[in-house]
Design a protein around this ligand. Sequence first.
Ligand code: NAD
Length: 330
Amino acid sequence: MDSQIETQGIVIVGEEICRQVISRTDAFAAVSDVFAAMARGDAYNFPVVREAIGHADALYGFKGGFDRAGLSLGLKAGGYWPGNAAKGLTNHQSTVCLFDPDTGQLSALVGGNYLTALRTAASSSVSIAHLARKDAKVLGMVGAGHQSTFQLRAAAEQRDFEKVVAWNPHPEMLPRLQAVAADLGLAFEGVSPEELGAQADVIITITSAHQPLLMADWIRPGTHIACMGTDTTGKQEVDPALLARAAVFADEVAQSVSIGEAQHAVAQGLISEGDITPVGAVINGTHAGRAANGDITLFDGTGVGLQDLAVASVAATIARERGLGEVVRL
Ligand code: NAD
């Protein structure tokens, strides 16, 4: 038995292999399944560790968890090294370690950089699939950094969008979104944030902002907004009054009120933890989701470790099946 387990070895799945083996459809299914498992109580995230390590200005930490239904156990280790870009490296660096839940043996090491973008885009995309109006035609993008193009591509698959309206605090970054919109055959217009609110049926915010970029009065009834940038204490993308007006959903409620977009509305007493619904409950059918076409729905996508484990498990399984990636033994 021991020798059988040993022959499995640890599969090492690099960034390039991740790009080859996992599709947006795979990521959507994996993230949707794990959100559903979380809402059922079959999967839970461990407390997040995030430390300023006092070297290279780096933030480093771990996000882990266990999904009893999908049988993924492990952690994503990594963080942010602001000096990396000058060395030709990505500032965000992460690696996923997967363990066999039956034995505790390390089963896979998976590059986490591409997968982080894929699973974050899958998260907003799952929220759009379940919460946006079916007749949504205009997609609003706030943010034009690394994550934004992944967000746009994934969102575009969820509704029959005709047009993208976009705003970014640094307008010189917008052409990267325009190029993706063109690739998808969608009209594109750079607009002011007020105009974005006036036109968009679905909005994604994916910035590093620390103050509201969209005010509550600018958002039309019937809009779905996925707030994806706020994943740390102090970050903020929208007016807290918007959360008081909206039906609020989250990947994980505990994270939403502590490090997500809801932290500000909760601190100001505008909403409480009990007002936020895990999106997994909508996926499972235990919550109806959008109640009326005129409602504003807001998804607070804070990013949980179980998302990383879910997509990394898929990548590791496919890589093993196709004989890709090195297999090593400790
Ligand atoms: P990036 O550095 O490539 O782009 C940053 C974006 O934020 C750009 O649009 C930039 O113009 C804007 N920006 C920068 N400083 C700003 C400021 N002070 N005020 C307003 N906007 C500002 O980053 P990225 O990789 O695209 O990530 C964007 C955000 O998403 C980051 O905050 C990141 O931490 C967050 N993120 C969240 C998740 C999640 O699961 N929720 C996952 C990955 C990244």
